[in-house]
Ligand binder design. Structure first.
Ligand code: PLP
Length: 428
């Protein structure tokens, strides 16, 4: 593969954009080399500026669940754009997508649209704090909820009580209100609650973690969190930015039969346009301005193009009775195929999978939390990444990311990918 034009474009970009990218993980820092500049995409394939075709397993980090340039979504955006691109006034389509989302997801009555997953999570914890009158939140190490200050906190040593910021610019004042727990470790959560009695507004969690690879919740973990929240008047916030409208029509609440108090959305709900949303029962959502005292706003929130893309996407998913089953079957096929060739080539690995999310870790041990995810062999991952890229298969340029399976992938694409993994495995 030749990446001459991509490299030249990256050099140009670096002169005027910090690091040449508008979101850090795109810069290939985790794997080395220079990023691929994409020219266009259709279905399961990306076409880069050098004319290479790549099978895409990132899919814009999740949104393109039906493949790139999916016609009903594209057409909805084009038709809407002809009638004006932003008004800052209410439009009927906002109610239409809200009604559809509320009908698809269990346990929510109202939904507020924002412009990104970060905004959704940031607003959700403000709402939780406003609703409960408490300040602290519990988050799990390795879970990503966007780049808002409260979430950029890493664990101190062991089961520390107070986090420290992991980005300059996040104040100690903010950091002290974010408590860190280990994913899948209910005893750790209990300790934090005990040590901070009556101070915790919410527990925010990716109900299936997707930002340290794909990590499923252990059996009973989410249920125990729900019980702890009930016992201590803490709101349970499901960050379903990744999992919402991907793992099931009703997301993880449906999949695991657990009610969250606030649910955050992003990615799929916007059909590839900048959309996030958060939703809850009436009593919680009515605390939001203009009904209630918790302020939250946005010039472009509910933007007509974004709503048109989201509505078209959700309509497709709602009407296709088999979509989530089909996606899970494709992912299982890929899982089995990759596992087979890695075993044949004696490559130590663990594969995690839930629905259409899957990750390959180069470690033998079970990957259940951030610490076990971090033990994976990063040098092997780097070779694996570049090897696959060379074969025309594009996975995320970081060992801590999930692969997103799209319905546009055919079984031939999956076989092509398994074959590519087999070739690359021989070089690891
Ligand atoms: N929450 C989760 C679970 C995510 O995976 C992400 C982004 O990857 C976010 C929140 C932040 O969303 P955005 O990048 O749209 O701000």
């Amino acid at each position: 593969m030749i990446y001459k034009r991509s490299s030249a474009l990256f050099a140009e970009a670096e002169k005027v954009i910090p690091g040449g990218v508008n979101s850090p993980v795109r810069a290939f820092k985790g794997v080395g080399g220079t990023p691929i500049f994409v020219k266009e995409a259709k279905g399961a394939y990306l076409y880069d500026e050098d004319g290479n075709r790549l099978i895409d397993y990132i899919n814009s980090w999740g949104p393109m669940i039906l493949g790139h340039a999916y016609e009903p979504v594209v057409n909805a955006v084009i038709e809407k754009a002809k009638k004006g691109t932003s008004f800052g006034m209410p439009t009927e389509i906002e109610t239409q997508i809200a009604e559809l989302a509320v009908s698809m997801v269990p346990n929510i009555d109202k939904i507020r649209f924002v412009n990104s997953g970060t905004e959704a999570c940031m607003s959700a914890i403000r709402l939780a704090r406003g609703f409960t009158g408490k300040d602290k939140i519990i988050k799990f190490a390795g879970c990503y909820h966007g780049h808002s200050d409260s979430f950029l906190i890493q664990a101190g040593s062991g089961a520390s009580t107070f986090g420290t910021p992991n980005s300059p610019g996040v104040t100690q004042g903010t950091a002290k209100d974010t408590l860190l727990a280990r994913y899948n470790d209910i005893e750790n959560v209990k300790q934090l609650i005990k040590a901070n009695k009556n101070d915790i507004a919410c527990i925010i969690i990716e109900p299936v973690a997707g930002n340290m690879g794909c990590i499923p919740p252990k059996k009973g973990f989410l249920k125990s969190l729900r019980a702890l929240c009930d016992a201590h008047e803490i709101l349970l916030v499901f960050d379903e930015v990744m999992t919402g409208f991907r793992l099931a029509k009703g997301g993880c609440q449906e999949l695991y039969n657990i009610d969250a108090d606030i649910v955050c959305f992003g990615k799929v709900i916007g059909g590839g346009l900048p959309v996030g949303a958060f939703a809850a029962r009436h009593e919680v959502m009515n605390h939001l301005a203009p009904l209630g005292p918790v302020y939250q706003a946005g010039t472009l929130s509910g933007n007509p193009l974004a709503m048109a893309a989201g509505l078209a996407m959700l309509t497709e998913l709602n009407n296709d009775k088999d979509i989530f089953k089909r996606l899970a079957e494709k992912t299982e096929y890929l899982h089995k195929g990759i596992a087979k060739v890695l075993i044949e080539n004696k490559i130590i690995h663990t594969i995690n999978r839930v629905g259409s999310m899957i990750s390959v870790h180069f470690d033998e041990a079970e990957v259940v939390d951030f610490d076990t995810a971090a033990k994976g062999n990063n040098e092997t991952f780097k070779k694996f990444f570049h090897g696959l890229l060379n074969e025309g298969v594009y996975i995320a340029p970081s060992a801590f990311e999930t692969w997103f399976i799209t319905d546009a992938l055919t079984y031939e694409d999956l076989d092509f990918t398994i074959n590519a993994v087999n070739k690359v495995a021989k070089t690891l």
